[in-house]
Design a protein around this ligand. Structure first.
Ligand code: AMP
Length: 191
């Protein structure tokens, strides 16, 4: 079992359609806080990111925001975080989040969310670190994405075993269990 004291969460800076994704962000924030796991995230009050932070704070959780100067200057910083850091660029911000976190979760989101998740999946694949990454598959949001992963596998760009080198779960309890019990996939990347 892995000891995960803090998890970086990537998620939409929009809320998505309806309130399905907002409820999922709220549930994840509360579950992490109740489990005594600190949240590292992008530091804004906007979208799912803000809902996640508010939910964890409401349960007495530790929420550490890492935001860029540019986004802070636009007024995006959440004002009530346990801790925040302001870094000059997105590149530095992403690096800092990776350094602080013991694992990663992506909730539904847009290209920013996907980009961050793909980077940590790739760094695990290349062996730069061993920090499990999971997708919170709210209402099947990530099914089309996993379909594309299957296409990579069928076209021999990705070993089939690497489909299991991330955790995919549709509820916060299963997702956290999957990360805590995650075993590294040792199948080589190159076929
Ligand atoms: P997106 O999924 O395109 O909405 O982008 C969300 C991801 O990009 C988040 O996980 C953040 O790391 C980053 N991001 C985008 N917008 C913001 C914002 N206003 N404040 C902080 N981070 C942001």
């Amino acid at each position: 079992m892995r000891r995960l004291n803090s998890i970086a969460i990537y998620c939409g800076s929009n809320t998505g359609k309806g309130d399905t994704y907002l409820r999922a962000a709220d549930a994840l924030g509360r579950h992490l806080a109740k489990s005594g796991i600190g949240i590292i995230y992008g530091g804004t009050h906007k979208g799912l990111m803000g809902a996640l932070a508010d939910a964890a704070l409401a349960e007495g959780g530790m929420v550490h925001g890492v935001i860029t100067e540019r986004l802070r200057d636009k007024g995006h910083l959440h004002e009530r975080l346990s801790r925040h850091e302001i870094l000059p660029t997105m590149k530095e911000r992403k690096h800092r989040m990776m350094e602080l976190a013991h694992a990663f979760i992506a909730l539904p989101g847009g290209i920013g969310t996907l980009e961050e998740f793909m980077e940590v999946w790739t760094l695990n694949q290349l062996g730069e670190f061993d920090k499990p990454a999971g997708l919170f598959n709210v209402e099947g949001y990530y099914e089309p994405f996993m379909g594309f992963i299957d296409h990579m596998i069928s076209q021999s760009f990705l070993p089939a075993a690497h489909r299991n080198s991330i955790v995919l779960a549709s509820d916060p309890v299963a997702l956290l269990d999957g990360l805590v019990n995650f075993r590294k996939v040792d199948v080589p990347k190159w076929m």
